[in-house]
Design a protein around this ligand. Structure first.
Ligand SMILES: [Zn+2]
Length: 79
């Protein structure tokens, strides 16, 4: 399960529901186990650390193109 968070192969097939960009970042909550791959993904904008400041809406994805936050259907029913 944890490994799915960093499955960038899957991530690259996803598109922003607003602008269609594939330049997306996965938002990670809590304290993940940092490793070299994760640091590189953060540097490339593939991963954002969510921290603790999110309220009702907990987005799991951020579009680097239009700067919006969103979820995909498998997580909260978004279509
Ligand atoms: Zn977008």
């Amino acid at each position: 399960m944890r490994n799915d968070l960093f499955n960038t192969g899957k991530q690259e097939s996803l598109k922003c529901p607003f602008c269609g960009s594939e330049n997306l970042a996965r938002i990670i909550y809590g304290l993940p186990n940092f490793n070299e791959k994760m640091k590189k993904d953060i540097d490339k904008g593939k991963i954002i650390l969510g921290g603790c400041c999110i309220s009702d809406f907990d987005p799991h994805w951020h579009c680097n193109n239009c700067k919006r936050y969103f979820n995909f259907g498998e997580e909260n029913g978004y279509n």
